[in-house]
Write a protein that binds this ligand. Structure first.
Ligand code: TYD
Length: 137
């Protein structure tokens, strides 16, 4: 898991959480957030071919599962607003809403492109196999 800490500036009037782009190795081209997901709701169920993402939960708790298609499944609950999780290409990921009104903020390396998605788990495993054969040759 690649989790970086955002800079946290504590103030009597409130806290500021700062993300400076050099912390991660890509320029951010799209920012969006997801809210109004019922507790227990699971989103994601896909991998990307090229997109790099950083997931931050500024409010609430969201459980992220990462699967590399080679038998490694990792889970983390994002419940600290200063945690920033990197999700790279070819990682199957799901996001489960653990608390009411949780918000998931996503910083992405590119604009939206449906053809960058792998939405079937069987296709994901085929791609992972193809890439690892390619790497061996
Ligand atoms: P998706 O990325 O599958 O959502 P999640 O990962 O949260 O489950 O996107 C859901 C729908 O929204 C899908 O039809 C694509 C569309 N969408 C956009 O049009 N633009 C965007 O920037 C995103 C992230 C999704």
């Amino acid at each position: 898991m690649d989790i970086k800490k955002l800079q946290k500036i504590h103030h009597p009037s409130g806290d500021i959480f700062v993300f400076e782009s050099e912390v991660f190795n890509f320029p951010v081209r799209r920012v969006y957030f997801i809210k109004n997901v019922p507790v227990g709701g699971v989103r994601g169920h896909h991998a990307h071919k090229t997109l790099k993402q950083i997931l931050i939960c500024p409010h609430g708790a969201v459980e992220i599962t990462l699967d590399n298609g080679k038998g490694l499944q990792e889970k983390v609950i994002l419940d600290n607003p200063d945690d920033a999780l990197y999700v790279g290409p070819y990682v199957w990921h799901t996001m489960k809403w653990m608390e009411k009104d949780s918000v998931l903020l996503v910083l992405a390396s590119d604009s939206f492109n449906e053809s960058d998605y792998i939405r079937q788990y069987s296709d994901f495993l085929k791609e992972i196999n193809r890439l690892s054969k390619h790497d061996q040759s």
